[in-house]
Design a protein around this ligand. Structure first.
Ligand code: ATP
Length: 202
C-alpha cells in the first residue's frame, strides 16, 4: 500500500484546491522556509484522525483552516483527502476489493469534522481502524518529524513499548481489549443499578 495523492483545500496555507502526486516510493518535499512543507505533514496527520491541535502545531483545531492572508479572506472549511494505492492488496478483508482507498476529512469552523471512506460518510473510528497496526496513523512512527529521534532516544521504556506494539501489529488488539473492558464495566454498572432498583421494588 502506498500513499499516492494528497488533496488539500482550505487547509492551513493551502487555500486553493491542491493535489500533490506522490509518484514513486521515495518523495522529497523541498522549498523555502514557510512554504508549507510541514503543513503537508500536518494534513496527513489530521486526515488520519488527529484530534489534538498541539500535534498539528496549532492552538485550536480551527487553526487548520486557512485564516486569511494580506491578499485573501479566510475560508470556512478545510478538507484533506489521502489516496492510497492498494493494488498490492496490503489492506485485506473488506478493503481487498479496492485498488484505491481514499480517506477524507472535512471540518468547518464550528469544530465539527466529517470523515469519508471512498466517498461514503463514515465515523472517525472507521478511519483510525484502517491504520491501526499498519505503522501509519496520526501519531505513528511512520511520520518522523523534527525532534522525534531525540524523543525516541530519551523515551521511557513504556513509551518505547507503544512503538514496538504498533510495529508488531498488536496495538489493534490492545485497543479492542480496552473497548471491550469499557463495555464490560458499563454493563456491570448497569447490572448494579438494576439490582438496586429490584431491591427498592421488592
Ligand atoms: P520551515 O522550512 O521553516 O519549517 P515549512 O515549509 O515547513 O517551513 P510550514 O510550517 O509548513 O512551512 O508553513 C508555514 C506557513 O503556513 C506560514 O506562512 C503560516 O503563516 C502558514 N499557515 C499556517 N497555518 C495557516 C492558516 N491556518 N492559514 C493560513 N496560513 C497558515
Amino acid at each position: 500500500m502506498r500513499l499516492s495523492k494528497i488533496k488539500l483545500a482550505g487547509f492551513k496555507s493551502f487555500v486553493d484546491p491542491t493535489t500533490i502526486e506522490l509518484t514513486s516510493q521515495r518523495v522529497a518535499i523541498v522549498g523555502p522556509n514557510g512554504c508549507g512543507k510541514s503543513n503537508t505533514i500536518d494534513a496527513v496527520r489530521w486526515v488520519m484522525g488527529e484530534s489534538s491541535a498541539k500535534y498539528l502545531r496549532g492552538e485550536s483545531m480551527e487553526d487548520v483552516i486557512f485564516n486569511g492572508s494580506s491578499a485573501r479572506k479566510p475560508v470556512g472549511q478545510a478538507s484533506v483527502e489521502l489516496v492510497f494505492d492498494n493494488s498490492d492488496g496490503t489492506l485485506g478483508g473488506q478493503y481487498a476489493q479496492y485498488a484505491e482507498i481514499a480517506v477524507k476529512r472535512l471540518a468547518a469552523r464550528d469544530g465539527q469534522s466529517q470523515y469519508f471512506l471512498n466517498g461514503t460518510r463514515c465515523r472517525r473510528r472507521d478511519i483510525t481502524d484502517i491504520f491501526l497496526g499498519t505503522g501509519l496513523g496520526p501519531r505513528s512512527y511512520a511520520i518522523i518529524e523534527q525532534g522525534m529521534i531525540t524523543r525516541l532516544i530519551e523515551a521511557k521504556p513504556e513509551e518505547l513499548r507503544v512503538y514496538l506494539e504498533e510495529a508488531a501489529g498488536i496495538s489493534k488488539y490492545k485497543e479492542r481489549r480496552r473497548e471491550t473492558e469499557n463495555r464490560i464495566r458499563h454493563t456491570r454498572e448497569n447490572l448494579e443499578r438494576l439490582d438496586d432498583l429490584r431491591e427498592e421494588v421488592a
